[in-house]
Design a protein around this ligand. Sequence first.
Ligand SMILES: Cc1cc2nc3c(=O)[nH]c(=O)nc-3n(C[C@H](O)[C@H](O)[C@H](O)COP(=O)(O)OP(=O)(O)OC[C@H]3O[C@@H](n4cnc5c(N)ncnc54)[C@H](O)[C@@H]3O)c2cc1C
Length: 407
Amino acid sequence: MHVIVIGAGVVGVTSAWYLTRDGHEVTVIEAREGVALETSFGNAGGICPGFAGPWAAPGMPLKALGWLFRENAPLKIRPRLDAAQWAWLARFTRNCTSERYAANKTQMQRVAHFSKACLVDLRAETGIRYDDGTGGILQIFCTDEEAAGGARAAHILQDLGVPHRLLTPAEALAVEPSLARSTVSLSGALHLPADETGDCHLFCRDLARLAEAHGCRFLFDSPVSAVLREGDRVAGVMAGATRIEADAVVLATGPWANRLLRPLGLSLPIYPVKGYALTCEITDTEAAPRSSVMDEHSKVMVTRLGKRLRAAGVAELAGFDPSMRPAVLNGLRDRVAALFPDAADFATAEFWHGFRPMTPEGASRVERTRLPNLFLNLGHGSNGWTQACGTGRMLADLVAGRETCLS
Ligand SMILES: Cc1cc2nc3c(=O)[nH]c(=O)nc-3n(C[C@H](O)[C@H](O)[C@H](O)COP(=O)(O)OP(=O)(O)OC[C@H]3O[C@@H](n4cnc5c(N)ncnc54)[C@H](O)[C@@H]3O)c2cc1C
């Protein structure tokens, strides 16, 4: 069967890999000049099933209101005359109940742990390397309130059987000795030793090469303008002036999904939530984290990727606004410099932004549409690197008519 995958971010590339391994003829069509040049390019590098969970949580609406007028807030809503933004926020708020939170978290945890197992298998099968690390993730708390939140999270992790340990500040320093130089005072930490790290862009680049070696075809610089419908099925796509026919089409277009869905009479509640990152060369290896530190206070994650340090965070709801606000960039750089003062020359940091494809529920959408040969692998939000191998595998299972991890 000829399957077209639209989009070569981490979700499109993993989908293409598993479809190719199932014996399909696969064509990946990507608007940019290479793989993973949008949201999958500069993320925080955390493969963290332990943290997988929705942002829509009890108490979040009040917190978000409190952050409305704080320029450097971790979550910033910039209200616009945009019906999609208001509809998304209303649905997000409806998901902030304890019941919805528990249901969404359980689903996200199932997919994320399944995905980690798929990634481990993929690594064993292919030997793929991507500045990867298996040193776990340390979530640090600066206030007693944050530490209490960590203790509540530990209860949930206990129920889910996820390996974890609540640590005193001294124990946290034993896990990440470089924090001894930090100017930020710690009140405790939560260690998730089974979580992993790695450069998502490098992973996608090499997985695409491996897929090509198995016969998968990549077309770059080829924005798809339409998915072609014939009766109650799709027949292929238009990429520029070229019509490309297929037996099945997969949408893996991240935050841009609705541009192709709406003309088909379909849509998903996916909103682009902008995040920022910085990357710099590590100049003193002892002063940099061994693995990854999630600073609960600022919601900034700092990860070692080979010889580089990556820090990422911030969530802005402002549509596809591409501007990078200097106050946010400075705030990000100042926080990393406070956590790991001697690790790098932060003046030379390279900045980046990306748009998380967020559903209000938090969970991704891997599904067959009512056009039976059109499939979706979308809405991975803040967890796409963590979930991509799992949802790629699930997508291939759906196309093949097999049961998925959520069946
Ligand atoms: C600051 C930040 C930090 C993050 N940190 C983490 C983390 O630590 N761990 C984690 O698990 N996740 C993290 N994420 C989330 C993760 O990066 C995303 O969930 C993931 O990259 C989404 O992948 P995707 O393939 O769905 O989207 P994308 O990577 O955006 O790929 C979609 C692709 O589709 C292409 N496309 C769109 N429309 C068309 C069209 N019409 N024709 C052809 N091509 C098209 C685009 O060009 C793009 O290449 C972070 C995100 C951000 C922004």
